[in-house]
Design a binder for this molecule. Structure first.
Ligand code: 6PG
Length: 246
């Protein structure tokens, strides 16, 4: 079965985008729970994600979600000490998770560099085991920011992780976006999502968005390598959509 075509939703600006994605997340989580399932969502790092996380606290219908029965995962993480503000998990916790009645046991943070793992490779493997052990690693939603170079999670253009198809995580030790050492879900994991949401703001992202929608080479534009099993949605502000035709 071929995945459906990508949808593009354009918003006036970054604030409208953040609010809209926050509402979409709340509505999706509530809908999955109405189906009797515990939703699994993979969060992403970055600036527009941070704004979206904060906007969740203002979504009117957020009480419709039983936040204690949501599994939160991370698409990637910076391999730094657990309390480091550079961590995507710390940013998501500070902006959103600690303000909601989530079950800490269902917030699946990627390992930190001071957690006693042998090294980032062992840490990545440990998270991969956790993802696979949880419902076979099928996500309801994977959210992804996109870099100006078209990277998603910590899958950067030309990186060996792009070709890892027998593991759900990969250790990255030469990331061009600091910090250099990271853990990332692989395409194999990112593509096991009912829905993939690309959340992208800013003119500097417009070329990568346009290339991704034109089915570019995933080694040059990693965002082109991810699509949802049921839906792929590009949630953009007008600046990031500037080169999208049609
Ligand atoms: C990270 C992110 C990364 C981010 C993009 C977009 O750990 O840095 O997961 O993939 O989502 O770089 O970031 P901005 O939205 O800040 O441009």
């Amino acid at each position: 079965m071929t995945a459906p075509a990508a949808e593009v939703v354009v918003h006036d600006d970054a604030e409208a985008l953040a609010r809209s994605v926050a509402t979409r997340l709340v509505e999706t989580l509530a809908s999955v729970q109405e189906q009797g399932r515990i939703p699994s969502v993979a969060l992403t790092g970055g600036s527009i994600a941070a704004r979206m996380h904060a906007a969740v606290l203002d979504v009117e219908g957020r009480q419709d979600v039983d936040w204690s029965r949501v599994d939160f995962w991370f698409g990637d993480e910076r391999y730094v000490p657990g309390a480091d503000p550079d961590r995507n998990a710390v940013q998501a916790r500070d902006a959103m998770l600690r303000h909601l009645p989530v079950d800490p046991g269902r917030v699946h943070e990627m390992p930190a560099s001071d957690e006693g793992h042998l090294d980032v490779v062992a840490a990545a493997a440990a998270y991969g085991d956790e993802v696979r052990g949880h419902g076979g690693g099928l996500f309801d939603v994977v959210m992804l920011g996109v870099g100006p170079d078209g990277h998603v999670a910590s899958l950067f253009p030309g990186s060996p992780g792009l070709d890892v198809d027998d593991a759900v995580t990969v250790a990255v030790e030469d990331a061009p976006k600091p910090p250099r050492t990271r853990i990332s879900l692989t395409f194999a994991a990112l593509n096991r999502a009912r829905e993939v949401w690309f959340v992208v703001s800013g003119e500097e992202k417009a070329p990568a968005v346009s290339r991704s929608l034109r089915e570019s080479d995933v080694h040059a534009t990693p965002a082109a390598g991810v699509r949802g099993l049921e839906r792929t949605v590009w949630l953009l502000d007008r600046a990031a959509a500037g080169l999208v035709s049609g």
